[in-house]
Design a protein. Structure first.
Length: 132
């Protein structure tokens, strides 16, 4: 798995959305760096902090994005809201015991999910907002 990068094809052309997406890519990179860091044997606290930060930041971002879509009368807003709720629900599924007992597996699963989400959702759905 490679590092996460906010490539030109992920930019929507809406500055605040692009800046917030860049932060999400940065958090995904933190997860990647944590997975590949062999100098931290027990990564529990780091994973917990990362999942919490990711959850908090995505809620912040989704609120901004949804407010913007509401303002411009975006017709696919309900589909976006469903995707956003599913993403937060996925992060809410992480429990302390699972994180503690399966640290590497939790990080791998998180990275796979973030990869699918960042590429799939931003590239296929968020870019459409700018076309409205």
């Amino acid at each position: 798995m490679a590092k996460f990068e906010m490539k030109p094809e992920f930019f929507t052309g809406i500055d605040f959305i692009d800046q917030e997406h860049a932060k999400l890519f940065s958090l995904a990179n933190e997860a990647y760096e944590l997975l590949t860091n062999d100098f931290i044997p027990d990564k529990y606290d780091y994973i917990l902090e990362l999942v919490n930060e990711l959850r908090d930041y995505t809620k912040y971002h989704f609120t901004h994005e949804e407010e913007y879509m509401q303002q411009i009368g975006y017709r696919r807003i309900l589909s976006q809201k469903v995707d956003h709720m599913e993403f937060v629900a996925k992060l809410d599924e992480y429990d302390l015991t699972t994180i503690d007992e399966n640290q590497k597996e939790v990080l791998m699963n998180l990275l796979v999910y973030l990869n699918e989400w960042l590429i799939g959702h931003i590239y296929k759905k968020d870019k459409l907002i700018a076309e409205e």
